[in-house]
Design a protein around this ligand. Sequence first.
Ligand code: BGC
Length: 458
Amino acid sequence: MIRERLGLPKRRAHRRLGAGERLLALPSGFLWGAATADQQIERQQPSDWTAFEERAVRERRGIAGVDQAARWLAHKSDFDSHVADDVARAADMGHCAHRFSMSWARLFPREDMAAPDPAGVEFYGRVLDELHRQRMTPFVTLFHFASPAWLWRPDRDDRRGIERPDAPDRLAHLATTLIDAFGDRVRHWCTINEPVVLAYLGYLEGTFPPNEKRGGPLAADAVLAALLRMHEAAAAALREGARRRGTSVQVGIAQHVRTFVPWRNRAPLDVVTAAVIERLFVRRFLDQAMPSCDYVGVNEYGRAYVETELRRPLAYQVRHADPSDADDDASELGWAPDEHAFEDRLVALSRRYRKPIYVLENGTAEAALDDVRRQRQLVRHTQAMARAVQRGADVRGYFHWSLVDNFEWAEGFAPRFGLYAIDYDAGCSRSARGSVEVFRHLTRDNGVPAELWARLGR
Ligand code: BGC
């Protein structure tokens, strides 16, 4: 390894909290919940992702484990048949909020529709009824990676999807439709989930639809600009809809944050490249979107190391974990959580934007029913949030990714992110992982109880 050859010590990004840690409570009224997304748990709708999934099955590539996935894609986690019992499962953990997305393709399966499909409205009305019955606050996402297939037909100038000039109006139309239908019950909205990830995976890496590889990081700029316009149009439509109804809304986006750290702390090119990636991947879009947001939505998935080579400075590598670090606790996708980075991130975002923060996603891939890594993460990240609040961050809620196992996009069904495990071959039956019990304790105490800290915190 270069690091060893050059004798440069890698920064140990991971520090455990100490035994003498003072356990802190979250503020009263803190929102606890889990997050899900339509394309990952519901039956298939006519979206760009569904088209991609069908092609992947035909061509047997594009989705990991596609042969096995082929059997499960049509029903995914079958949330459609489990609305009431899944919401009850969340409530039983003490969740008082829930984040989910309303499928654009389910509501507007055809391009020429001015009004939404009544069956789609009825379905999401049912989800909201169940949440209401369990006294849970809904957080609704408009666009979580999947969009209607019709949006991807090229227009006269050969522009498709996000880059169609009418894409902002189309998303605004969805926003108006939803606030008209549900504005009496939904106050918290998220316009777009992880725009930068969508641009990166869809247009640079090519693993998400539309599967393009446009070259260097700046090649996705036009896509990011289009996503920003879509967000702004949808945010304005939600506000206007709320004004018409005489209510108010809280609007934001969900930004994927990874903390990029140099692989070698004393290698200047690693340090500089990590800072540039951090700026392009995390900060730039947020800076642009924040003026039209009421809160900062954070999807947090840990730490990533940036390693460069002096001879080929642009061919940097991003590593998601350090196998030689026994404290790394990497997930089954190889991603390393980092509660300190999480805490610092919340404090920094709060200082920079001076708006409330909701953690809209945080989770890990671990299949075992005794999911010790997820339990540790829940406990350590809860304490990290409480420490961030003590340092002045205005953190108001935490949504764990995810309530149940789901379709992990191009990674297929192998990575298991659920608090509840799903047996896809047995009618999508659900079984609680150990984390469910841990979560119950966290919500009951509104923070980490000492007994859990002793067992899982350090
Ligand atoms: C996305 C989710 C995804 C999760 C785990 C986030 O990037 O919003 O849809 O399943 O991370 O990879």
